[in-house]
Write a protein that binds this ligand. Structure first.
Ligand SMILES: Nc1ncnc2c1ncn2[C@@H]1O[C@H](COP(=O)(O)OP(=O)(O)OP(=O)(O)O)[C@@H](O)[C@H]1O
Ligand SMILES: [Mg+2]
Length: 478
């Protein structure tokens, strides 16, 4: 479905013209001759976009806009403004109109505008549906957003391992969501209402990692001025998440192995064994197998933590997740920064999905947050989204011939028109050449052009008779 559109104008000729224009575009179109009639239709069925005249008898465009915002906040409203109503147009924008177009409008401009808005609408509605689904099992997967088959399999594994006490090793590139998965396992386990304690094994010197894990007694080392409880104790009854487990020293690994196996340990500098009941989840983005082979990671610890292994694929291998994640982070960022609700331009969304996101979900999130703060308008452009984050802006997709009646939605009007015309010229010239078997003189004659101008056009458009697979006859060599 291309989308449902409602056209509201008290002028019959405009209703008629717009109805024809948008039906040809493939939308489902309805019209209303007054604000009252429009409201009845909105109550009776859903529309993605409403185009309404601003000044009408009875319910005005502005009143209609306000009523629609109540009835169906997700519906986008475009205002058509006649001369002298610009001031009200500003008011309409404040009241939540998507955009406005001064009368008399250019059909192409209106068509492209509607196409952009429609694209965003369909995306937003798809996203809202997804959020509803995700909210259904709210908390179940720590609020993770995902749509791809690959992540559904991750969720299935989480469901299977969560209720057991088995040790899980989570693997994946940086920023893929390893910690969220660990939290989801905890949240789905019988330990859910006890603590989830995370330790980053990479962030401290050896002594400090051990103190972090097991605690220490007063005076155990320089700076140990008081007894301190470690994360094993803090996690008693709950889950201990050992993040970046590949970054510990071999000595610490030995102590950790013993603590996991015997479920007991001593504080650093202490000799009284402490017993705890913790479930271990570990994560790493290192090649543990290579580390084991090279003697840089204990093999016994490796087998002990790798009882179940859960791999989170990088974002570029599950591009279906990118759009819903982007929409989610956009919504969150606008809320938390208190800015107006912003959206991604269709081109920004396409570039976003095509981007490799080497920093995975974390860098996607950072890029969106930065763009929300820095973007000039309410629509974030591809440059604003990808320009500042060191991620690459993929090249514009090659222009492909437009569908019989249109141009790609992401192009600005003038550019779109130029490309459209160029494509049309190509088709025309090639058509004429084919019809004459590659004879330029006759093709030019057929087209009502001078031979020279016809050849000039061919050069401009890079058309050669030989490349068309036509056998050039004598005159085309000129
Ligand atoms: N599926 C997801 N849905 C929503 N947010 C996500 C998802 N995956 C990751 N995130 C977010 O991306 C960021 C990185 O996630 P997380 O910290 O879990 O990744 P990580 O794999 O542990 O990264 P690192 O290896 O760098 O520690 C966090 O802000 C997290 O909330
Ligand atoms: Mg992490």
């Amino acid at each position: 479905m291309k989308g449902r559109l409602l056209i509201v104008d008290d002028e019959r000729s405009i209703r008629f013209a717009l109805d024809g224009l948008f039906r040809k575009e493939g939308y489902e179109v309805e019209t209303a001759e007054s604000g009252e009639q429009a409201l009845d239709k909105v109550r009776a069925g859903m529309f993605h976009v409403i185009i309404t005249d601003l000044s009408m008898k009875g319910i005005s465009g502005l009143d209609l806009l306000r009523a629609v915002r109540e009835l169906d906040p997700a519906c986008a409203v475009l205002m058509i403004t006649a001369y002298g109503t610009q001031r009200i147009a500003v008011e309409a924008m404040k009241a939540g109109a998507e955009d406005y177009l001064p009368k008399p409008f250019d059909n192409d401009e209106l068509r492209i505008k509607v196409r952009n808005v429609m694209e965003k609408q369909l995306l937003r509605r798809a996203y809202n549906k997804l959020v509803e689904q995700v909210n259904l099992d709210s908390g179940r997967f720590a609020g993770m957003i995902a749509k791809s088959r690959a992540m559904m399999r991750v969720f299935e594994t989480i469901d299977k391992v969560a209720p057991t006490d088995v040790t899980v090793l989570i693997r994946g590139e940086s920023g893929t969501g390893k910690e969220l998965v660990a939290r989801a396992i905890h949240a789905r386990s019988a330990r859910a209402n006890r603590s989830f304690v995370a330790v980053n094994c990479a962030s401290f010197a050896r002594e400090l990692v051990e103190s972090e894990l097991f605690g220490h007694e007063k005076g155990a080392f320089t700076g140990a001025v008081a007894r301190r409880e470690g994360k094993f104790e803090a996690a008693d009854g709950g889950t201990l998440f050992l993040d970046e487990i590949g970054d510990m020293s071999l000595e610490t690994e030995a102590k950790l192995l013993r603590a996991i196996q015997e479920k007991r340990f001593e504080r650093v500098g202490g000799n009284q064994p402490l017993a705890v009941d913790v479930r271990i989840i570990a994560a790493t983005n290192q090649d543990l197998e290579a580390m084991v082979a090279g003697g840089r990671f204990r093999e016994d610890l490796y087998y002990r933590i790798k009882v179940v292994e859960l791999r989170i694929p990088p974002l570029r291998e599950r591009p279906e997740d990118i759009a819903p994640l982007a929409m989610h982070f956009l919504e969150e960022a606008c809320k938390s920064f208190g800015t107006a609700r912003k959206s991604l331009s269709p081109e920004a969304m396409r570039s976003c999905v095509a981007n490799p996101w080497r920093g995975n979900v974390r860098s996607l999130r950072a890029a969106i947050e930065q763009a929300v703060i820095l973007s000039a308008g309410n629509e974030i452009t591809a440059e604003e989204l990808l320009g500042g984050v060191g991620e690459q802006i993929p090249p514009r997709p090659e222009y492909s011939a437009p569908s019989s009646d249109g141009t790609p939605a992401e192009l600005k009007f003038r550019e779109a028109k130029e490309r459209f015309v160029a494509q049309w010229e190509r088709d025309f010239i090639i058509g004429a050449l084919k019809a004459t078997g590659g004879n330029i003189s006759r093709a030019a004659e057929r087209a009502g052009m001078y031979r020279q101008s016809f050849q000039q056009k061919m050069r401009e458009l890079g058309i050669s008779v030989a490349e068309l697979g036509l056998k050039p006859d004598d005159d085309s060599a000129a």
